[in-house]
Design a protein around this ligand. Sequence first.
Ligand code: URA
Ligand code: SF4
Length: 248
Amino acid sequence: MKRSARQSAYLEAMGITQWVSNETPAEESMESGSIELTEIVNTAVEETSTQLNEPDPIDRSPVELLDWESLKKRVAACTQCDLHKNRHQAVLGVGNLNADWLIIGEAPGEQEDIQGEPFVGRAGLLLNNMLKAMGLEREQVYIANVVKCRPPGNRDPHADEIAACHAYLQRQIDLIQPKILLVSGRVAAQSLLQTDASVGRLRGKIHHYPGTEIPLVVTYHPAYLLRKPTEKAKAWQDLKLALSALPV
Ligand code: URA
Ligand code: SF4
């Protein structure tokens, strides 16, 4: 019977290395002895790994089959695009898993990358106020981004990074089944609507999330509104439009 290095390490930690390796069964009894020994070793390995609190193994099923817990673990360990290289942590999303409203931004920024939650920096405070103005609390809605890891220096995420991350957002949409998507900023809007039109062109009308009946409204990104407060009036028009588009 061959023991893996991992098994040996566990056995050593349990203090039974000597007992196992000193056993030199006679040739004829090797086979049944080995089966028994394999069982003992496997049980020992299983028990020890539980005791050592090893991180749960990642569920490698297709993303569209994952539940919230497995999705979170999968994203936390994801290396599907280069953005994983510089992140402190992936930021899946936050909020009510049965929300009517799904707010979709671009990517985690510095604070989001540190805190593990989307829209917690200055743009997040403005987003909270925009939601309040609509009669919504942050906890009522679900907030996510088109990419889950912070792009270095807050650059725009690249098309290949957005594509690599899309299955996770799609799974979030399928699990939440929101009544409406409120999409914040050019990058998110262009990628979700598969267009290169500007936010100025895309805002002010009710779109639908491609392939579904879910209404989708585009508005300016809060970070943009912080730089250009005069555009807030237009953003408010968008939020009112979204309120009117919410199916009853
Ligand atoms: N900007 C975004 O688009 N998303 C965040 O989570 C934070 C800032
Ligand atoms: Fe994976 Fe998305 Fe992070 Fe890229 S951005 S590493 S696809 S979770």
